[in-house]
Design a protein around this ligand. Structure first.
Ligand SMILES: Nc1ncnc2c1ncn2[C@@H]1O[C@H](COP(=O)(O)OP(=O)(O)O)[C@@H](O)[C@H]1O
Ligand SMILES: [Mg+2]
Length: 380
């Protein structure tokens, strides 16, 4: 039974004033695959190294199981780490590479052999045990690196961007293997990546870091549908959520159209003062029929889906939006096309926090109140 708990854990590097990891509170369940994700420099590796004991804490504590390990030496923490740059010993066979740490730890030869065989079976590496690393593919070498961690049977696996060196196709394949492997072994795992797709596809839960501060830790579904703030909303999802600054005017407007909110958005709007950002994902923006017109900039046809990049004038500035459509789509760059919002719409307050998620529709432009419209047809 191995859970992990970061309690207010802080690390400030010498010569810097801002913590690389700032008062991190995080509970990781027994057997959970938790992914730490964030942009480069957000503190992911530091958080992992704190858990490994490779970085001292400047505040707070870390527990593995019911043991406070804050001052425990790395090798006594019962963890195994897989890095991006896993150097295999080129002169050793796969079997000897995998068994190396066990040999150093004084594990008897027979026991070593058994554990290496077991790990090799789990990783589909049995046929390669006698090979040298240079006779393996990149994916197989990566699995050997995982094997070195597996044979140690630790309480927690720590993985820091272990797939970054693989090409795109192999990365996708290997991430599925890592997920299956982790499920089979049931070992609590903390997995670091900067790639939000990797995070969303692999994590039971995903913790999003920015500038050393935890933004949100939730299931992938919740992160996608209920982001707590603008940062998470913009970071999770590809293409990114459309985020439209609408200022403090009411009613809310997108270009020349009013944005009409359904319950509970309309009620929540009345409670918000200050500037608002409206967010809706590409799949919630439909092009074709619609009260607002935009210009097509580019069309990305991926076969299974089409991303239509659009531009329109909004508050005197060009605004870029993206719509996800089902194929076939036959608009061309330069075309003028109608827009409508058809799905979840989020409102973010001035401080970036999400206030409400609702649905919205765009209304046809109408003449400003109090101004007679010459364009309206004469009454019969
Ligand atoms: N040894 C170090 N000394 C000083 N600053 C460091 C050191 N290692 C990392 N940092 C800084 O700490 C922050 C977090 O780094 P890191 O944990 O490596 O981020 P990530 O893994 O998310 O890219 C960055 O601003 C980085 O420049
Ligand atoms: Mg890193």
């Amino acid at each position: 039974m191995t859970s992990v708990r970061y309690d207010n854990a802080t690390r400030t590097y010498e010569g810097t004033s801002v913590p690389a990891v700032d008062a991190l509170d995080l509970d990781i369940g027994d057997g959970e695959l938790l992914v730490l994700v964030g942009p480069s420099g957000s503190g992911k590796s530091t958080a992992l190294r704190m858990l490994a004991g490779l970085e001292p804490l400047d505040g707070g504590s870390i527990r593995i199981g019911d043991r406070d390990v804050s001052n425990v030496r790395p090798r006594d923490r019962d963890i195994a780490m897989v890095f991006q740059n896993y150097a295999l010993y080129p002169q050793l066979t796969v079997a000897d590479n995998m068994g190396f740490a066990l040999k150093q730890a004084g594990v008897p030869k027979e026991e070593r052999r058994t554990r290496v065989r077991e790990a090799a079976r789990v990783l589909d590496l049995e046929p390669y045990l006698d090979r040298k690393p240079k006779h393996l593919s990149g994916g197989q070498r990566q699995r050997v690196a995982m094997g070195r961690a597996i044979v140690r049977r630790p309480a927690v696996y720590l993985m820091d961007e272990p797939l970054s060196n693989l090409d795109a196709k192999l990365r996708v394949q290997t991430r599925t293997e890592v997920v299956e492997l982790q499920a089979r072994l049931g070992v609590t795992t903390v997995y670091v990546t900067h790639d939000q797709v990797e995070a969303m596809t692999m994590g039971h839960r995903v913790a999003v870091l920015k500038d050393g501060v935890l933004q949100q830790c939730d299931t992938p579904r919740k992160l996608y549908h209920e982001p707590l703030n603008l940062f998470v909303a913009g970071f999770i999802g590809s293409p990114a959520m459309n985020l439209v600054p609408v200022g403090d005017e009411r009613p809310l407007r997108l270009g020349g159209s009013a944005i009409e909110l359904a319950r509970p958005g309309d009620a929540a709007l009345a409670e918000i003062s200050g500037a608002i950002t409206v967010g809706f994902r590409p799949e919630a923006l439909q092009v074709g029929e619609g009260p607002l017109r935009a210009k097509i900039r580019t069309v990305e046809d991926l076969g299974s889906e089409v991303f239509v990049h659009l531009s329109l004038e909004h508050r005197g500035q060009p605004l870029a939006l993206v719509s996800k459509m089902m194929p076939p789509f036959d608009g061309e760059p330069g075309d003028s096309i109608g827009l409508q919002i058809i799905g979840a719409t989020h409102l973010f307050a001035d401080d970036g926090s999400r206030v409400v998620s609702t649905t919205a529709t765009l209304q046809a432009a109408s003449a400003p109140a109090g101004v007679a419209s010459d364009a309206s047809p004469a009454a019969p």
